[in-house]
Design a protein around this ligand. Structure first.
Ligand code: FE2
Ligand code: FE2
Length: 370
């Protein structure tokens, strides 16, 4: 269990097969209050993907005419092979690329649900369990929300890509809490916040725009759980322990990046247009190299900003791995920024939207009771 690196009793761990330890009488009185503000905030951002008052998946979007994301934001459109397609096929391909991205997000939400449910039988502290159960409940509505969206637009999702599937499987199966927290709450949740902020800023589909905003009202809190863990753990670690966390974080970052930008991972998309993924990859490389891609990712709504900044502030990025992140994020700019996170403002507006709907619900409940 030494691999656990537990320095705060809130993160105490039991062997998940040793269920009897959950009945230890003393633990009920030792509940940590570290997560209480996050747990009680859940009622302010309650939403229900199956309730049309929050969002309506039956609102149509013509996939044959419009692209969900502007084509110039998709790397594939740099390729002459894609540019040679008919207008109709270009629109269809742009939407299939988004189907792949949203399928990855759906699988990622399932990973987050299974991971947080697993934390409930691994963590020993009652307050930490309540946090994890609450996150599991919120991830469950994200699975429902994205499943409903994908179904409304395409019928079914794409199968998971190998890289993301392997990473999620590793995160769900490991009993090492810090790997779960760094891999999921800091990296995956951080990347998700950046991706959702990017979709929110540019999508042409109002239903998707609303969906990602509502998901962000939850995710902003999940990301905070990672920060609490880091604040309470990182300063207590030995150098060797800090290095193992830093290296693990860098490894996860590379897997996520690979899943995101790698054409091979998306090969299921291109076959239906008669495009070979290797030829597509080579043709994009000819006109658009890694440095162009990095330059683009550094601009605007940078999808890596949230996660890299959290890692930097937590002391998980030192000069040992700084160079890896500097390829994708402007580190000097990032370090000079205040505490506002990409996506925080969108999540706050989302909470205002939810407060208005939820106060109406309470009126209805009071009338029904009366
Ligand atoms: Fe989620
Ligand atoms: Fe989450």
């Amino acid at each position: 269990m030494s691999e656990q690196l537990t320095y705060d009793p809130a993160y105490d761990v039991v062997d998940p097969k040793d269920f009897r330890r959950m009945f230890e009488v003393e633990r009920y009185n030792r509940r940590s209050d570290a997560f209480d503000t996050i747990i009680s905030a859940t009622h302010e951002h309650f939403w229900d993907p199956t309730d049309r008052r929050y969002l309506d998946f039956s609102e149509p979007f013509d996939l044959t005419r419009d692209s969900i994301m502007p084509m110039q934001r998709l790397a594939e459109f740099r390729s002459p092979l894609v540019q040679a397609l008919s207008k109709e096929d270009q629109t269809r391909l742009a939407n299939e690329v988004m189907r792949w991205q949203l399928s990855s997000i759906l699988h990622g939400e399932q990973g987050a649900l299974s991971l947080s449910a697993g934390l409930c039988s691994l963590l020993h502290d009652v307050g930490a369990q309540e946090y994890a159960a609450n996150q599991a409940r919120e991830e469950a509505r994200h699975v429902t929300g994205f499943a409903m969206y994908v179904e409304s637009r395409w019928g079914t999702a794409f199968p998971i890509g190998e890289t993301l599937g392997d990473l999620l499987e590793e995160l769900v199966h490991t009993d090492v809490v810090w790997k779960k927290v760094v891999g999921m709450q800091m990296l995956l949740e951080g990347l998700a916040m950046g991706t959702f902020a990017n979709i929110h800023a540019h999508t042409n589909d109002p239903v998707l725009k609303r969906l990602v905003q509502l998901v962000m009202t939850d995710e902003a809190f999940h990301h905070r759980f990672g920060k609490i863990w880091a604040d309470r753990t990182m300063p207590a670690l030995s150098q060797a322990e800090r290095h193992s966390i830093e290296d693990w974080a860098a490894e996860c970052f590379e897997s996520l990046l690979f899943n995101l930008v790698n054409i091979r991972q998306k090969r299921a998309v291109y076959g239906q247009f008669g495009i070979d993924w290797k030829e597509l990859r080579d043709s994009i490389r000819e006109v658009y190299d890694e440095s162009d891609r990095r330059g683009e990712l550094k601009e605007g709504t940078n999808i890596f900003r949230v996660l890299v900044r959290t890692l930097v502030k937590a002391g998980i990025v030192t000069k040992r791995t700084r160079g890896l992140y500097a390829n994708w994020v402007d580190m000097a700019e990032l370090e000079a920024e205040g505490d506002e996170m990409v996506g925080d403002a969108i999540a706050r507006d989302g909470i205002d939207y939810l407060l208005a709907i939820n106060s109406g619900r309470r009126d209805i409940a009071a009338k029904t009771a009366a």
